[in-house]
Write a protein that binds this ligand. Sequence first.
Ligand SMILES: [Cu+2]
Length: 199
Amino acid sequence: MKPYIKFAFVVCCAAVIPLLSSKAATVTVTVGNGGFFFFPSSVTIQPGDTVQWTWSAGGHSSTSGTPGLPNGLWDSGILNQGATFSHTFPSAGSFPYFCSPHGACCGMVGSVTVAEVDTVVITRAQYTTSRSQLTVQATDTDDTAKLTVSVTSTGQVLGMMTNKGGGSYSAKFTVTPNPRQITVSSNLGGSAVARVKVR
Ligand SMILES: [Cu+2]
């Protein structure tokens, strides 16, 4: 793989994988790989996820806060090549950190953003037997979310919902038999389950 493709792949996956999963994830950040920096220098995760720093070179630390002003949330101390250090982030917020020897002098800083998970509410789930048609309406607290409808019992994906704007979503699917219970999942981590009403 060409180096720049590999680079793009790593950046892309580090950013996207945490967003696709609603389960706790671990994101890796390398320390001192090729110089005085963390890579990727900023990561976005969800509440409950863990960041694992991996030392590519010795003589660096991962210390929460800003250079010269550690805030005490975590401090790996100065570690050697091959070492790892992990910290789990239980709640949303923005968490800067730095390397104690190289933060102030050389700009060796990073940040972890823990994003609020969105909330999905299913406002309508109705099955019209005569037309084998499932009608779904839902709302999401984040109007940029992408919502997917699936059959709760089997996990079968029925399709995406249409984003109507303002956090409102709708979808119609032709499906047999009546799925009875559906799950609406957001790419941002939220999800909801509803029983299907029959008409
Ligand atoms: Cu350093």
